[in-house]
Ligand binder design. Structure first.
Ligand code: AMP
Length: 394
Protein backbone atom coordinates (compact mmCIF):
# COMPACT_ATOMS: atom_id res chain seq x y z
CA UNK A 1 0.00 0.00 0.00
CA UNK A 2 1.33 3.44 -0.93
CA UNK A 3 2.24 5.88 1.84
CA UNK A 4 0.97 9.45 1.74
CA UNK A 5 2.23 12.60 3.47
CA UNK A 6 -0.13 15.51 4.07
CA UNK A 7 1.43 18.98 4.21
CA UNK A 8 -0.54 21.73 5.98
CA UNK A 9 -0.04 25.48 6.00
CA UNK A 10 -2.61 27.13 8.28
CA UNK A 11 -3.22 30.89 8.22
CA UNK A 12 -5.73 33.00 10.15
CA UNK A 13 -8.60 32.40 7.72
CA UNK A 14 -7.08 29.84 5.38
CA UNK A 15 -5.83 26.27 5.34
CA UNK A 16 -3.60 25.24 2.44
CA UNK A 17 -2.71 21.60 1.93
CA UNK A 18 -0.80 19.29 -0.40
CA UNK A 19 -0.92 15.53 -0.43
CA UNK A 20 2.23 13.71 -1.55
CA UNK A 21 2.57 10.08 -2.60
CA UNK A 22 5.76 8.50 -1.24
CA UNK A 23 7.32 6.00 -3.64
CA UNK A 24 9.63 3.23 -2.38
CA UNK A 25 12.51 5.20 -3.89
CA UNK A 26 12.88 8.58 -5.59
CA UNK A 27 11.14 11.95 -5.29
CA UNK A 28 7.59 12.30 -3.99
CA UNK A 29 4.85 13.65 -6.22
CA UNK A 30 1.88 15.84 -5.29
CA UNK A 31 -1.38 13.97 -5.90
CA UNK A 32 -3.71 16.65 -4.51
CA UNK A 33 -3.29 20.35 -3.81
CA UNK A 34 -5.95 22.52 -2.27
CA UNK A 35 -6.99 25.27 0.05
CA UNK A 36 -9.83 26.49 2.17
CA UNK A 37 -10.18 30.27 2.10
CA UNK A 38 -12.61 32.46 4.03
CA UNK A 39 -12.67 30.50 7.30
CA UNK A 40 -14.90 32.46 9.68
CA UNK A 41 -16.71 34.33 6.89
CA UNK A 42 -17.52 32.33 3.71
CA UNK A 43 -15.45 29.13 3.71
CA UNK A 44 -14.71 27.70 0.29
CA UNK A 45 -12.72 24.60 -0.58
CA UNK A 46 -10.84 24.19 -3.85
CA UNK A 47 -8.84 21.06 -4.64
CA UNK A 48 -6.91 19.98 -7.74
CA UNK A 49 -5.18 16.71 -8.52
CA UNK A 50 -1.48 16.37 -9.35
CA UNK A 51 -2.13 17.23 -13.01
CA UNK A 52 -4.00 20.42 -12.09
CA UNK A 53 -7.49 19.00 -12.83
CA UNK A 54 -10.27 20.12 -10.49
CA UNK A 55 -11.28 17.57 -7.84
CA UNK A 56 -13.52 19.78 -5.71
CA UNK A 57 -14.90 23.31 -5.49
CA UNK A 58 -17.33 23.64 -2.57
CA UNK A 59 -18.85 26.55 -0.73
CA UNK A 60 -19.42 25.70 2.94
CA UNK A 61 -21.81 27.08 5.51
CA UNK A 62 -19.81 28.99 8.12
CA UNK A 63 -22.09 27.72 10.88
CA UNK A 64 -20.96 24.17 10.03
CA UNK A 65 -17.30 24.91 9.28
CA UNK A 66 -16.18 27.66 11.61
CA UNK A 67 -12.52 26.81 12.11
CA UNK A 68 -9.50 24.77 11.14
CA UNK A 69 -10.64 21.59 12.95
CA UNK A 70 -13.92 21.26 11.04
CA UNK A 71 -12.26 22.22 7.75
CA UNK A 72 -9.64 19.57 8.32
CA UNK A 73 -12.24 16.91 9.06
CA UNK A 74 -13.97 17.61 5.76
CA UNK A 75 -10.70 17.66 3.82
CA UNK A 76 -9.70 14.36 5.46
CA UNK A 77 -13.05 12.82 4.46
CA UNK A 78 -12.63 13.91 0.85
CA UNK A 79 -9.03 12.68 0.60
CA UNK A 80 -9.83 9.37 2.36
CA UNK A 81 -12.55 8.52 -0.15
CA UNK A 82 -10.35 9.48 -3.10
CA UNK A 83 -7.19 7.68 -1.96
CA UNK A 84 -8.75 4.57 -0.43
CA UNK A 85 -5.90 2.22 -1.33
CA UNK A 86 -3.25 4.38 0.35
CA UNK A 87 -2.31 5.07 3.94
CA UNK A 88 -1.63 8.46 5.51
CA UNK A 89 1.76 8.02 7.19
CA UNK A 90 2.23 11.48 8.65
CA UNK A 91 1.53 15.20 8.50
CA UNK A 92 4.09 17.96 7.95
CA UNK A 93 3.28 21.49 9.05
CA UNK A 94 4.64 24.85 8.16
CA UNK A 95 5.25 26.53 11.52
CA UNK A 96 6.41 30.08 11.19
CA UNK A 97 8.54 30.32 14.32
CA UNK A 98 11.07 27.93 15.82
CA UNK A 99 12.40 30.67 18.12
CA UNK A 100 16.06 30.62 19.09
CA UNK A 101 15.89 26.86 19.82
CA UNK A 102 15.11 25.03 16.64
CA UNK A 103 17.54 24.87 13.73
CA UNK A 104 15.83 21.83 12.18
CA UNK A 105 12.35 20.31 11.82
CA UNK A 106 11.08 18.20 14.70
CA UNK A 107 8.67 15.43 15.47
CA UNK A 108 5.82 16.97 17.46
CA UNK A 109 5.58 15.83 21.10
CA UNK A 110 3.54 17.33 23.97
CA UNK A 111 6.76 18.90 25.28
CA UNK A 112 7.63 20.39 21.86
CA UNK A 113 4.10 21.82 21.62
CA UNK A 114 4.58 23.61 24.95
CA UNK A 115 7.85 25.10 23.69
CA UNK A 116 6.26 26.18 20.40
CA UNK A 117 3.49 27.89 22.33
CA UNK A 118 6.18 29.97 24.06
CA UNK A 119 6.97 31.47 20.66
CA UNK A 120 3.41 32.76 20.07
CA UNK A 121 4.37 36.30 21.22
CA UNK A 122 7.09 36.30 18.54
CA UNK A 123 4.56 35.63 15.74
CA UNK A 124 1.08 36.32 17.15
CA UNK A 125 -0.59 36.50 13.74
CA UNK A 126 0.69 33.14 12.47
CA UNK A 127 1.98 30.80 15.19
CA UNK A 128 -1.41 30.24 16.92
CA UNK A 129 -2.96 29.08 13.64
CA UNK A 130 -0.03 26.80 12.81
CA UNK A 131 -0.35 25.18 16.25
CA UNK A 132 -4.15 24.98 15.96
CA UNK A 133 -3.72 22.82 12.85
CA UNK A 134 -1.41 20.43 14.75
CA UNK A 135 -3.99 20.16 17.55
CA UNK A 136 -6.80 19.62 15.04
CA UNK A 137 -4.95 16.62 13.57
CA UNK A 138 -4.25 15.29 17.08
CA UNK A 139 -7.98 15.38 17.83
CA UNK A 140 -8.92 13.42 14.73
CA UNK A 141 -6.00 10.95 14.70
CA UNK A 142 -3.91 11.15 17.91
CA UNK A 143 -1.40 8.45 16.84
CA UNK A 144 -0.55 10.04 13.52
CA UNK A 145 3.06 11.36 13.59
CA UNK A 146 3.34 15.09 12.92
CA UNK A 147 6.39 17.12 11.96
CA UNK A 148 6.86 20.87 12.48
CA UNK A 149 8.99 22.64 9.87
CA UNK A 150 10.04 26.18 10.69
CA UNK A 151 10.37 29.24 8.48
CA UNK A 152 13.14 30.48 10.77
CA UNK A 153 15.26 27.30 11.01
CA UNK A 154 17.32 27.73 7.83
CA UNK A 155 18.69 31.05 9.11
CA UNK A 156 20.03 29.63 12.36
CA UNK A 157 23.40 29.17 10.63
CA UNK A 158 23.91 32.94 10.61
CA UNK A 159 26.78 34.29 12.66
CA UNK A 160 25.87 35.53 16.11
CA UNK A 161 26.89 39.08 15.24
CA UNK A 162 24.25 39.14 12.47
CA UNK A 163 21.44 38.32 14.91
CA UNK A 164 21.46 41.50 17.01
CA UNK A 165 19.51 44.71 17.10
CA UNK A 166 21.19 47.65 18.79
CA UNK A 167 18.91 47.43 21.82
CA UNK A 168 20.02 46.72 25.40
CA UNK A 169 21.42 43.18 25.55
CA UNK A 170 18.60 41.81 27.71
CA UNK A 171 16.18 42.18 24.78
CA UNK A 172 18.35 39.81 22.74
CA UNK A 173 18.22 37.32 25.62
CA UNK A 174 14.43 37.51 25.77
CA UNK A 175 14.25 36.72 22.06
CA UNK A 176 14.22 40.12 20.33
CA UNK A 177 16.69 39.21 17.60
CA UNK A 178 16.93 38.81 13.84
CA UNK A 179 15.49 35.43 12.88
CA UNK A 180 14.70 35.68 9.17
CA UNK A 181 11.78 33.92 7.42
CA UNK A 182 10.92 32.13 4.13
CA UNK A 183 13.48 29.59 5.30
CA UNK A 184 11.72 26.61 3.71
CA UNK A 185 11.79 28.35 0.34
CA UNK A 186 15.51 29.15 0.68
CA UNK A 187 16.27 25.63 1.81
CA UNK A 188 14.50 24.25 -1.26
CA UNK A 189 16.50 26.58 -3.54
CA UNK A 190 19.76 25.65 -1.77
CA UNK A 191 18.96 21.97 -2.41
CA UNK A 192 18.02 22.59 -6.06
CA UNK A 193 20.98 24.82 -7.03
CA UNK A 194 23.70 22.14 -7.32
CA UNK A 195 21.58 20.44 -10.02
CA UNK A 196 20.73 23.68 -11.86
CA UNK A 197 23.79 25.88 -11.38
CA UNK A 198 26.61 23.66 -10.10
CA UNK A 199 29.32 26.26 -10.80
CA UNK A 200 27.83 28.76 -8.31
CA UNK A 201 25.95 26.57 -5.81
CA UNK A 202 29.02 26.34 -3.57
CA UNK A 203 29.69 30.07 -3.79
CA UNK A 204 28.15 33.40 -2.78
CA UNK A 205 24.51 33.55 -3.80
CA UNK A 206 21.66 35.96 -3.04
CA UNK A 207 18.16 34.52 -3.42
CA UNK A 208 15.29 36.97 -3.93
CA UNK A 209 11.99 35.42 -2.81
CA UNK A 210 9.58 37.91 -4.39
CA UNK A 211 5.98 36.96 -3.69
CA UNK A 212 3.18 38.71 -1.81
CA UNK A 213 5.61 38.42 1.09
CA UNK A 214 9.13 39.22 -0.08
CA UNK A 215 12.60 38.78 1.34
CA UNK A 216 16.17 38.11 0.29
CA UNK A 217 18.71 35.68 1.67
CA UNK A 218 22.49 35.68 1.34
CA UNK A 219 23.83 32.13 1.13
CA UNK A 220 27.38 30.91 1.23
CA UNK A 221 27.76 27.32 0.01
CA UNK A 222 24.03 26.80 0.52
CA UNK A 223 23.94 28.09 4.11
CA UNK A 224 22.18 31.27 5.19
CA UNK A 225 24.54 34.05 6.25
CA UNK A 226 22.14 36.99 6.04
CA UNK A 227 18.49 37.83 5.50
CA UNK A 228 16.45 40.97 4.81
CA UNK A 229 13.78 39.86 7.28
CA UNK A 230 14.46 40.06 10.98
CA UNK A 231 12.39 39.81 14.15
CA UNK A 232 9.13 39.63 12.20
CA UNK A 233 8.09 39.23 8.57
CA UNK A 234 7.61 43.03 8.42
CA UNK A 235 11.27 43.80 7.91
CA UNK A 236 13.29 44.20 4.71
CA UNK A 237 11.80 44.61 1.23
CA UNK A 238 8.62 46.38 0.18
CA UNK A 239 5.87 43.73 -0.02
CA UNK A 240 2.31 43.40 -1.28
CA UNK A 241 0.75 45.03 1.79
CA UNK A 242 3.73 45.43 4.18
CA UNK A 243 6.16 48.36 4.13
CA UNK A 244 9.35 46.43 4.87
CA UNK A 245 12.23 48.11 6.64
CA UNK A 246 11.34 51.54 8.05
CA UNK A 247 12.47 53.96 10.72
CA UNK A 248 10.99 52.80 14.07
CA UNK A 249 10.47 56.50 14.81
CA UNK A 250 7.49 56.30 12.44
CA UNK A 251 5.75 53.93 14.85
CA UNK A 252 6.32 56.45 17.68
CA UNK A 253 4.92 59.20 15.45
CA UNK A 254 1.80 57.15 14.69
CA UNK A 255 1.31 56.42 18.40
CA UNK A 256 2.03 59.87 19.77
CA UNK A 257 0.99 62.32 17.04
CA UNK A 258 -1.73 60.37 15.25
CA UNK A 259 -3.09 58.73 18.39
CA UNK A 260 -3.27 55.34 16.71
CA UNK A 261 -3.69 52.18 18.80
CA UNK A 262 -1.35 49.20 18.56
CA UNK A 263 -4.09 47.30 16.70
CA UNK A 264 -4.52 50.12 14.16
CA UNK A 265 -0.78 50.27 13.55
CA UNK A 266 -0.65 46.48 13.15
CA UNK A 267 -3.41 46.72 10.56
CA UNK A 268 -1.58 49.54 8.74
CA UNK A 269 1.73 47.66 8.67
CA UNK A 270 0.44 44.21 7.74
CA UNK A 271 -2.53 44.99 5.50
CA UNK A 272 -2.53 48.54 4.12
CA UNK A 273 1.06 49.40 3.23
CA UNK A 274 3.54 48.11 0.64
CA UNK A 275 2.59 48.01 -3.05
CA UNK A 276 -1.06 48.49 -2.10
CA UNK A 277 -0.46 51.53 0.09
CA UNK A 278 1.98 53.25 -2.26
CA UNK A 279 -0.01 52.64 -5.45
CA UNK A 280 -3.48 53.08 -4.00
CA UNK A 281 -4.51 50.51 -6.63
CA UNK A 282 -3.71 47.03 -5.35
CA UNK A 283 -1.09 44.57 -4.17
CA UNK A 284 -1.05 42.34 -7.27
CA UNK A 285 2.10 43.04 -9.29
CA UNK A 286 0.34 41.97 -12.50
CA UNK A 287 -2.25 44.73 -12.05
CA UNK A 288 0.42 47.33 -11.29
CA UNK A 289 2.54 46.36 -14.29
CA UNK A 290 -0.51 46.70 -16.57
CA UNK A 291 -1.55 50.06 -15.12
CA UNK A 292 -0.87 53.49 -16.65
CA UNK A 293 -1.31 55.23 -13.28
CA UNK A 294 1.78 57.18 -12.12
CA UNK A 295 1.44 55.74 -8.60
CA UNK A 296 1.50 52.19 -9.94
CA UNK A 297 4.82 53.05 -11.60
CA UNK A 298 6.02 54.67 -8.35
CA UNK A 299 5.20 51.52 -6.36
CA UNK A 300 7.05 49.31 -8.88
CA UNK A 301 10.07 51.63 -8.95
CA UNK A 302 10.24 51.69 -5.16
CA UNK A 303 9.87 47.88 -5.01
CA UNK A 304 12.86 47.53 -7.36
CA UNK A 305 14.85 50.25 -5.59
CA UNK A 306 14.49 48.44 -2.27
CA UNK A 307 15.58 45.13 -3.81
CA UNK A 308 18.70 46.78 -5.25
CA UNK A 309 19.61 48.35 -1.90
CA UNK A 310 19.18 45.04 -0.11
CA UNK A 311 21.17 43.25 -2.80
CA UNK A 312 24.08 45.63 -2.20
CA UNK A 313 23.87 45.06 1.55
CA UNK A 314 23.77 41.27 1.21
CA UNK A 315 26.62 41.28 -1.34
CA UNK A 316 28.62 43.17 1.30
CA UNK A 317 27.79 40.49 3.89
CA UNK A 318 29.01 37.84 1.42
CA UNK A 319 32.12 39.82 0.42
CA UNK A 320 31.08 39.69 -3.25
CA UNK A 321 28.51 37.92 -5.37
CA UNK A 322 28.63 34.90 -7.69
CA UNK A 323 24.91 34.59 -8.48
CA UNK A 324 21.49 36.14 -8.01
CA UNK A 325 18.46 33.82 -7.97
CA UNK A 326 14.84 34.91 -8.45
CA UNK A 327 11.97 32.89 -7.03
CA UNK A 328 8.28 33.00 -5.83
CA UNK A 329 5.26 34.53 -7.63
CA UNK A 330 6.86 37.75 -8.90
CA UNK A 331 10.42 36.39 -9.14
CA UNK A 332 9.35 33.38 -11.20
CA UNK A 333 6.78 35.08 -13.42
CA UNK A 334 7.71 38.69 -14.06
CA UNK A 335 10.44 39.14 -16.69
CA UNK A 336 9.98 42.92 -16.35
CA UNK A 337 10.77 43.03 -12.62
CA UNK A 338 13.77 40.71 -13.11
CA UNK A 339 15.02 42.96 -15.90
CA UNK A 340 14.67 46.13 -13.78
CA UNK A 341 16.48 44.48 -10.84
CA UNK A 342 19.29 43.15 -13.06
CA UNK A 343 19.76 46.55 -14.72
CA UNK A 344 20.36 48.09 -11.31
CA UNK A 345 22.76 45.26 -10.46
CA UNK A 346 25.10 45.89 -13.41
CA UNK A 347 27.72 47.23 -10.99
CA UNK A 348 27.85 43.72 -9.49
CA UNK A 349 28.75 42.27 -12.88
CA UNK A 350 25.27 41.04 -13.88
CA UNK A 351 24.42 41.29 -17.60
CA UNK A 352 20.94 40.09 -18.44
CA UNK A 353 20.16 37.96 -21.53
CA UNK A 354 16.78 39.39 -22.50
CA UNK A 355 15.65 36.41 -24.57
CA UNK A 356 16.54 33.96 -21.78
CA UNK A 357 14.82 36.25 -19.28
CA UNK A 358 11.59 36.20 -21.31
CA UNK A 359 11.74 32.37 -21.22
CA UNK A 360 12.42 32.41 -17.45
CA UNK A 361 15.84 30.80 -17.80
CA UNK A 362 16.81 28.98 -15.72
CA UNK A 363 19.92 31.04 -16.53
CA UNK A 364 18.94 34.61 -17.45
CA UNK A 365 22.38 36.27 -17.56
CA UNK A 366 24.48 36.42 -20.71
CA UNK A 367 27.46 34.13 -21.27
CA UNK A 368 29.89 37.00 -20.60
CA UNK A 369 28.24 37.98 -17.33
CA UNK A 370 30.74 37.85 -14.44
CA UNK A 371 27.96 37.27 -11.96
CA UNK A 372 25.17 35.00 -13.16
CA UNK A 373 21.41 35.40 -12.65
CA UNK A 374 18.85 32.59 -12.48
CA UNK A 375 15.16 31.78 -12.10
CA UNK A 376 14.46 28.80 -9.86
CA UNK A 377 10.81 27.98 -8.97
CA UNK A 378 10.45 27.34 -5.25
CA UNK A 379 8.46 24.53 -3.63
CA UNK A 380 8.02 24.98 0.11
CA UNK A 381 5.43 22.19 0.32
CA UNK A 382 7.80 19.63 -1.18
CA UNK A 383 10.49 20.79 1.27
CA UNK A 384 8.11 20.13 4.19
CA UNK A 385 7.18 16.74 2.72
CA UNK A 386 10.88 15.85 2.38
CA UNK A 387 11.56 16.74 6.01
CA UNK A 388 8.53 14.75 7.14
CA UNK A 389 9.56 11.72 5.08
CA UNK A 390 13.09 11.88 6.53
CA UNK A 391 11.98 12.20 10.15
CA UNK A 392 9.45 9.37 9.72
CA UNK A 393 12.03 7.25 7.84
CA UNK A 394 9.57 6.53 4.99
P1 AMP B 1 3.32 34.21 -4.07
O1 AMP B 1 3.07 34.88 -2.75
O2 AMP B 1 4.69 33.64 -4.20
O3 AMP B 1 2.24 33.26 -4.49
O4 AMP B 1 3.28 35.39 -5.15
C1 AMP B 1 2.08 36.08 -5.37
C2 AMP B 1 2.33 37.31 -6.19
O5 AMP B 1 2.99 36.98 -7.42
C3 AMP B 1 1.02 37.95 -6.60
O6 AMP B 1 0.66 38.94 -5.71
C4 AMP B 1 1.31 38.53 -7.96
O7 AMP B 1 1.45 39.92 -7.81
C5 AMP B 1 2.64 37.97 -8.38
N1 AMP B 1 2.58 37.39 -9.73
C6 AMP B 1 2.10 36.18 -10.11
N2 AMP B 1 2.21 36.03 -11.44
C7 AMP B 1 2.78 37.16 -11.93
C8 AMP B 1 3.17 37.63 -13.22
N3 AMP B 1 2.98 36.91 -14.32
N4 AMP B 1 3.72 38.86 -13.31
C9 AMP B 1 3.91 39.62 -12.22
N5 AMP B 1 3.58 39.23 -10.98
C10 AMP B 1 3.02 38.03 -10.82
Amino acid sequence: MENLILVLNAGSSSLKFSLFAVPAAGEMRAVAVGQVEGLGTAPRLKVKDGAGERIADEQWDKSEVSGHAQALQRIAGLLRSRFQGSVLAGVGHRVVHGGPDYAAPLLVTPEAMRRLEDFIPLAPLHQPHNLAAIRAVQEVQPELPQVACFDTAFHQTQERVAQFYGLPYEYFEQGVRRYGFHGLSYEYIAAALPGIAPAVAGGRVVVAHLGSGASMCAMHAGRSVGSSMGFTALDGLLMGTRPGNMDPGIVLYLLQQEGMSAKQIEDLLYKRSGLLGLSGIGNDMRVLLASEEPRARLAIDHFVYRISRELGALAAVLGGLDALVFTAGIGENSARIRQLVCEKARWLGIKIDEAANELAGPRISSAGSGTSAWVVPTNEELMIARHTRKLLAL
